[in-house]
Design a protein around this ligand. Structure first.
Ligand SMILES: [Zn+2]
Length: 220
């Protein structure tokens, strides 16, 4: 009776151990199959993207790589950046913003990149960078011209101001521009000294009024 109980006990332990081993074995097997499945998804997406990139189908390459999500390898990440850069570049027809974005994306890819399509990446990086340099030079030239135009306008305004008398200008400036007045009238009322500089000119005399040394008005 005792032996019989021991036997049942041992068999029970054996069954439990077998179930546990089977369970973990199955879990391991399941994990391995899952890993294999992801590896296959990656492999397929990766090579499809490479074919798209070789054909210049940037949008399709991007969609494929984005679709891989966490299954992307390091090379996939680089190819994703590459496809984004080229999509923005629009084969050289991009706006300045697009060229800048393409250039910045290439900056994220190492110069030493030697994965799939390393030659294509190098070639396209050179194209984008050349266009970027041209764009920068063009923008610098446009800015230079704009500043030159501004400086010319300011100089013209200053010249105009120097050659004409304005309210608030000094008596010295009036004398410098118009010379010695033909007649000077003077009146003092309270704190205000008013002068009239009269210049005779055939047909139209000019009178400039100054208050306390500053031009206050004129008549012609
Ligand atoms: Zn990959």
């Amino acid at each position: 009776m005792q032996d019989h109980g021991k036997k049942i006990f041992l068999i029970s332990i054996g069954v439990v151990v077998a179930v546990i081993v089977a369970f973990f074995g199955y879990q391991g097997y399941k994990a391995k199959m899952e890993e294999k499945r992801h590896a296959e998804i990656h492999q397929s997406g990766h090579s499809t993207a490479v074919e798209y990139l070789k054909a210049g189908e940037w949008g399709n390459a991007m969609d494929t790589l984005n679709g891989l999500g966490d299954d992307r390898c390091d090379d996939c990440e680089t190819l994703l950046t590459y496809s984004y850069a080229m999509m923005k570049y629009k084969d050289g027809k991009a706006s300045d913003g697009g060229i800048t974005t393409a250039h910045n994306s290439f900056e994220e890819i190492s110069e030493d990149y030697c994965g799939d399509l390393a030659d294509n990446v190098r070639r396209d990086r050179e194209r984008v960078n050349a266009d970027y340099e041209k764009m920068m030079a063009r923008q610098a030239e446009a800015k230079r011209q704009e500043e030159a135009a501004k400086a010319a306008k300011k100089a013209a305004e200053e010249a105009e101001r120097a050659n004409n008398v304005y309210i608030g200008d000094s008596e010295e400036k009036v004398r410098r521009l118009f010379g010695t007045p033909d007649h000077v009238g003077r009146a003092v009322v309270g704190d205000t000294e008013t002068k009239q500089f009269v210049y005779y000119a055939p047909g139209h005399d000019i009178i400039i009024y100054l208050q306390n040394g500053k031009v206050a008005g004129f008549m012609e």
